[in-house]
Design a binder for this molecule. Structure first.
Ligand SMILES: *[C@@H]1O[C@H](CO)[C@@H](O)[C@H](O)[C@H]1NC(C)=O
Ligand SMILES: *[C@@H]1O[C@H](CO)[C@@H](O)[C@H](O)[C@H]1NC(C)=O
Ligand SMILES: *[C@@H]1O[C@H](CO)[C@@H](O)[C@H](O)[C@H]1NC(C)=O
Ligand SMILES: *[C@@H]1O[C@H](CO)[C@@H](O)[C@H](O)[C@H]1NC(C)=O
Ligand SMILES: *[C@@H]1O[C@H](CO)[C@@H](O)[C@H](O)[C@H]1NC(C)=O
Ligand SMILES: *[C@@H]1O[C@H](CO)[C@@H](O)[C@H](O)[C@H]1NC(C)=O
Ligand SMILES: *[C@@H]1O[C@H](CO)[C@@H](O)[C@H](O)[C@H]1NC(C)=O
Ligand SMILES: *[C@@H]1O[C@H](CO)[C@@H](O)[C@H](O)[C@H]1NC(C)=O
Ligand SMILES: *[C@@H]1O[C@H](CO)[C@@H](O)[C@H](O)[C@H]1NC(C)=O
Ligand SMILES: *[C@@H]1O[C@H](CO)[C@@H](O)[C@H](O)[C@H]1NC(C)=O
Ligand SMILES: *[C@@H]1O[C@H](CO)[C@@H](O)[C@H](O)[C@H]1NC(C)=O
Ligand SMILES: *[C@@H]1O[C@H](CO)[C@@H](O)[C@H](O)[C@H]1NC(C)=O
Length: 776
């Protein structure tokens, strides 16, 4: 870490408002003095957009949806926009987010796509053979290679979660694996897809364009022969081979003519149920008013010839035709015994798709090993298991049963591959996938965030992910310790559960459950330690910030390595303390327990005096200072030592002296010991004092959780005498005390000089301490 120590002397402007320690300009040159002189607010800066802090010296970083946060409703989260999306830290000097490794975007609001290292050692996004797309982009785009649907995806993560859409021939979450040739299983029956183009025109002229899977041919002349139409279709990269013939007329006739032509297009290398061709008339209209142009598919009948029907394709289109092992490293099929390269049509050929049955073998002799220990009931592939050293090929690798009808292996749990020759890897909801009518974030091997080692059946996860199925976002780790020393790695569900626990005790936060969304048990972040309390001067506590006695604060930041600063009331804003009333009626004996915020409760006996109630409340870890007043309708009062908490007509008020802002109510946690009567706690006066970090009159140094107070401000006290505008000096550590007389002195002596010393840390954060005041 590089430290630069600078000591700067600044002349304070004759105007009242703060001068930035960074550059000596009023409001650091990034704001102006408030114009309201009546309230003394003219001593405060109004910062320009993008700047913050009492002297406008702090740059604000871009905000994005929080990656991990506390749910705000049942199964509702990620709605808050926070700086750097809570996946990075803001550099206050530059206003630039320093994102966690694996996240990018100006607000750390994007997941980086996986990189793979190529043969010469370069790390390339999506291995250089895929496109890095957001969930939204993947949902809308359609390339018929890795993206098959054109849909909308509008969830919170649509522009945040990115992944790889691999080019043809590649697969895997980082596109580092090879796809193998696809083909039709030669042992099953299936038919080719046949689509019909009906075209009739009375005075024909011009061209027609045909479209398949997003690609369109050039204009095909209206008088093209069947051979020419076939030529045009095969120019499309989405079509390998089709056969085109005219029905009811010679193949040398026209695609469109007065009598009407029905063109049958048979797909001989694209298998399965295919999407329909689209026909569009070219620039020169091919038909006049009395004509028709239509496509029939999926079994529909020709509009011109009712005796002719289209055919829905039923052949498989699977890697290695389901009759070989795909080697993901080379993209080559290793055919099972008895299968070999084909011509793509079930006969021997040069396509390495295992789509042909060896001619010199009978099905039974190579497929079914009757002597095998495996009780196969039909002809199923024999293969050498890749998960053992066994070199003998067995039916279904000895790890599955044979389903006779389909000649397919039904693998035992944990085994995979068409001959069960591989082990399967664990499955969980995908981090990134193409949203389709079936949904998004569907189950995928290794959560689509890791590579499956199929000989071991184990996932090897990408950098950010962990768990058997790569199903968990890893928490930021500090070499050995996840979430550092001040946080706990927690899922979204656990964040919500924590909020629920708090809400049960305080009655303040909404009770929420976050268990249904896809990310509930996958997305994890650091749940930071909260301060244990302010009442005890335990300087060894990890939440003690010093140097002032009451400076205990919570940890913050995505690694929980940052600290909050003490909060307080800005001295220029006049506010009131919160006052709550305890109404304990008709209780004659016993006691009840109360708590505040998350603390362990304390017990209040019905007969307690005001002093006793005050003492007990101040024993709560979350309350430092309250004033308890008994003011019964009768003669009872604070000076009457006989006055009790639950006396009839007793009116008990609790004024919060140290806790600022609008506070949650004190909560009765246990009143079972109360003999008769009830306890009711209500808010009498809403607290309106500022609960602002460094009282908005200082800069928080996040690394140490201490306020660097602006010129003329100092740590304030809990109890501020009534109407004392400038606060009172004290041990809060919050800058809520306005140094009395400073304003006047400044007005009288414009050359009043303050000295600051501050150090720059390597992260650019300021560590400022205000030095002694000096006069020139
Ligand atoms: C000036 O400040 C006072 C006290 O805060 C407030 O009542 C008043 O409305 C302010 N005037 C303007 C013009 O903002
Ligand atoms: C969440 O659901 C629970 C029970 O299912 C309910 O008690 C609670 O009020 C709900 N919270 C909100 C904010 O709707
Ligand atoms: C066909 O269209 C072209 C271009 O518009 C035109 O020049 C030609 O005369 C047309 N032929 C017939 C037979 O209508
Ligand atoms: C089947 O034919 C292939 C090649 O034609 C040959 O390599 C193989 O040995 C033959 N198998 C048998 C059992 O004859
Ligand atoms: C195969 O089936 C026979 C008859 O059903 C049975 O006796 C035998 O135990 C089975 N063998 C194995 C290895 O399951
Ligand atoms: C596959 O095996 C499982 C368990 O042995 C069985 O429940 C299932 O019905 C089988 N499936 C087929 C298609 O035979
Ligand atoms: C990591 O640990 C070291 C040594 O304990 C500590 O100095 C450093 O601040 C830690 N960093 C984070 C981000 O927690
Ligand atoms: C929250 O969700 C969990 C998991 O589905 C469920 O067990 C629990 O009962 C739910 N709690 C509430 C309050 O709805
Ligand atoms: C206390 O509660 C009782 C019963 O709810 C009510 O009659 C009484 O007026 C309350 N006292 C005060 C001071 O609010
Ligand atoms: C009530 O408070 C007392 C004193 O703090 C404590 O010992 C007791 O466990 C509390 N009772 C309940 C039910 O929380
Ligand atoms: C307090 O109670 C005692 C005994 O019950 C009584 O003698 C005394 O006068 C009371 N004091 C006041 C101030 O009411
Ligand atoms: C507590 O007092 C408030 C205000 O008088 C009343 O609305 C509420 O019903 C009371 N609650 C109980 C439990 O008596």
């Amino acid at each position: 870490m590089r430290w630069a120590l600078l000591v700067i002397s600044l002349t304070v402007s004759i105007e009242g408002c703060p001068v930035g320690y960074e550059n000596g300009e009023i409001c650091s040159g990034h704001g102006h003095c408030a114009e309201n002189t009546s309230s003394g607010l003219d001593e405060t800066c109004v910062c320009d957009d993008g700047f913050a802090g009492g002297d406008c010296s702090q740059r604000i970083c871009p905000s994005g949806r929080a990656w991990v946060d506390v749910a705000t409703g049942n199964n509702t989260a990620h709605g808050r926009y926070v700086e750097c999306s809570d996946m990075g830290y803001c550099d206050r000097y530059t206003g630039v987010c320093a994102c966690r490794e694996g996240f990018t975007g100006s607000a750390c609001d994007r997941l980086r796509c996986p990189t793979a290292t190529d043969s010469v050692g370069r790390a390339r996004e999506c291995n250089g053979v895929g496109r890095c797309l957001s969930m939204r982009e993947a949902a809308t785009q359609q390339d018929f290679v890795s993206l098959w649907y054109a849909d909308a995806y509008e969830e919170w993560d649509s522009d945040m979660v990115y992944g790889c859409a691999c080019d043809a021939g590649w697969t895997g979450y980082d596109c580092s694996e090879r796809e193998c040739p696809r083909g039709d299983d030669p042992l099953t029956d299936g038919v080719d897809e046949v689509q019909l183009i009906d075209c009739r025109c009375s005075r024909c002229n011009g061209t027609l364009a045909l479209e398949f899977r997003g690609q369109r041919t050039a204009g095909i002349p209206h008088d093209a022969t069947a051979e020419l139409v076939e030529y045009y279709l095969e120019t499309l990269s989405t079509i390998t081979d089709v056969e085109v013939r005219y029905i009811g007329t010679s193949n040398d006739a026209s695609l469109c003519d007065e009598r009407g032509t029905t063109t049958a297009v048979t797909f001989v290398r694209e298998f399965g149920d295919l999407p329909s061709l689209n026909a569009t008339p070219g620039e020169v209209v091919v038909v006049d008013g009395s004509t028709s142009l239509s496509i029939a598919s999926d079994g529909a009948t020709s509009s011109l010839r009712s005796s002719v029907s289209s055919v829905r394709g039923t052949k498989e289109w699977i890697e290695c035709s389901g009759r070989g092992s795909c080697d993901r490293g080379t993209g080559l099929c290793d055919c099972y015994l008895g299968f070999s390269m084909s011509d793509g049509r079930g006969s021997k050929g040069l396509i390495g798709d295992c789509g042909a049955v060896d001619a010199n073998e009978t099905a039974e002799s190579f497929l079914f090993d009757g002597s095998s220990a495996n009780n196969a009931t039909g002809p199923c592939p024999k293969a050498r298991p890749r998960w053992s050293d066994d070199t003998i090929a067995k039916v279904c690798s000895g790890a599955g049963t044979c389903a006779a009808q389909s000649s397919a292996c039904n693998c035992s749990r944990g085994y995979d591959g068409d001959a069960c020759e591989y082990k399967s890897c664990p499955v969980d909801r995908a981090w990134w996938d193409e949203a389709s009518p079936k949904g998004a974030h569907l189950d995928a091997t290794c959560s689509a965030a890791g590579t499956c080692d199929r000989t071991e059946g184990e996932c090897s996860c990408g950098d950010l992910f962990e768990g058997d199925a790569c199903q968990l976002l890893a928490c930021p780790a500090n070499k050995t310790q996840t979430c550092g020393e001040h946080g706990t790695c927690s899922t979204m569900a656990e964040f919500a559960e924590k909020a629920r626990r708090i809400s049960q005790r305080t009655g303040r936060l909404i009770a929420v459950n976050y268990s249904d969304p896809w990310d509930a048990y996958k997305l994890r972040g650091c749940l930071c330690d909260a301060s244990e309390g302010v009442w005890r001067s335990d300087t060894s506590s990890t939440s003690y910030r010093g140097p002032f006695a009451y400076a205990y604060t919570d940890w913050t930041g995505y690694t929980c390595a940052h600290a909050m600063c003490p909060t307080g009331d800005n001295p220029f804003m006049i506010g009131r303390n919160e006052i709550q009333a305890i109404n304990c009626t008709a209780a004659t004996a016993g006691s009840f327990n109360v708590t505040f915020r998350e603390a362990h409760s304390v017990e209040l006996p019905t007969g307690a005096s005001a002093a006793k109630v005050e003492r007990e409340l101040e024993r709560l870890a979350t309350i430092r200072d309250v004033t308890v007043t008994f003011a019964a309708a009768q003669e009872n009062n604070n000076n009457n030592s006989n006055a009790t908490l639950c006396a009839s007509d007793q009116y008990v008020t609790v004024e919060f002296e140290s806790e600022r802002g609008d506070l949650p109510p004190l909560v009765v946690v246990d009143a079972t010991n109360l003999a008769g009567g009830t306890v009711n706690i209500t808010e009498v006066t809403k607290g309106t004092k500022g609960d602002l970090e460094c009282a908005a009159a200082g800069i928080c140094n996040r690394e140490i959780g201490q306020c660097a107070c602006l010129d003329g401000f100092y740590s304030g006290a809990d109890i501020v005498p009534f109407r004392q505008k400038l606060g009172a000096v004290g041990q809060r550590g919050d800058c809520s005390f306005r140094h009395a007389g400073t304003k006047e002195t400044k007005w009288e002596n414009p050359l009043f000089v303050y000295s600051y010393s501050f150090a720059l840390t390597s992260t650019g954060q300021a560590e400022v301490s205000v030095g002694a005041l000096d006069t020139v």
